[in-house]
Design a protein. Sequence first.
Length: 399
Amino acid sequence: MQNQPTICYIEGDGIGAEIFRHAQEIFDKAVNLSFGGEKSIHWKKVHAGEKALSEVGEYLPQETLDAIKEHGLAIKGPLGTPVGGGFRSINVALRQQLDLYACVRPVSYFEGIDSPVKRPEDVDMTIFRENTEDVYSGIEFESQSEEAKQLIGYLESSLNVTKIRFPKTSAIGIKPVSAEGTKRLAKAALDYAVAQNKKRLTFVHKGNIMKFTEGGFRHWAYETANDYPVFTQLEYLQIKQEAGIEAANKAKEEAQSQGKIYVDDVIADNFLQQILLNPSHYDLVATLNLNGDYISDALAATVGGIGISPGANINYETGHAIFEATHGTAPDIAGLGLANPSSLILSGVMMFEYMGWGEVASKIKEALGKTLKSGCLTKDLGGTATTSEFSERIASYLN
């Protein structure tokens, strides 16, 4: 990483501009404190979203994509979803057009935040969500459209499909899940587990029902894991069957003490129960696109909401990455000084970690933690602090 890297930024819509302004000030102060002026960021503004439409006439200009490709890194505020035709979601379009195949969402608890669960401090997970396939690939046809009629006709006449209960009025969607897409995501999660010394990686899927898509994800993910130092659930179950549960648990503990990653899988609906009942059992999770969407938001709720939930969209092969606030644009409070910038700030923490500027990341995260613990909270977290007051408190704790 250069000493003066260029980082593209998209302010975002709604509350985006105000939270980005405060976050940027915190980022720059932390960089300066960490490196004494030897390193700094050149911020390059690029356009996307409703503001881009009004300023340059497009929701996602090619110039924005080109700039991110050239400079490699970007950070953005929340973007509105266009009404009517065009992009289903600009966020999805950015991920797919830049092939940012891994959506990475760390979720952990900060002291001082109210939570709807009894022990939110037990939650400390990182989600690797496949970002380019599944139902988000956008292949679907409207009810009674010519495309839907043709596809249903082909399924019934050529492939002998009889399971469409109401073929005359059904809309149809296609869910692609590939070996290549699965393996590169699983590899990213496994590399992360090795680098971060994680003890457990769980593949979450619905392969008991969708045998060849989500079941394929499970199969291909385990294939990828075989190239790493792992102790799998299959090995655990074999020992349990032959020698009992105590022997199996001992074998797992010995494997983990030797640096091996325990790799298992859980059905998606069961996992949504487990993150409430036994969150401390899980560490690192890899899953498909739709499952990851549900799981990430559900986990965020257990630690206080998506207002403090960061996210990154990364292609670990090209190095391109976009770090983002994971919440919505909240147009009803835009400009009122009520917005919580924590999601964007923590996404910045992820960005600095990705850049190798760990000193900066640690300073910001520690300052945010002290702010939350002090009781300086924005309205969404149960407090009365304005965006400015909250951000200034974080800045005051930077040292």
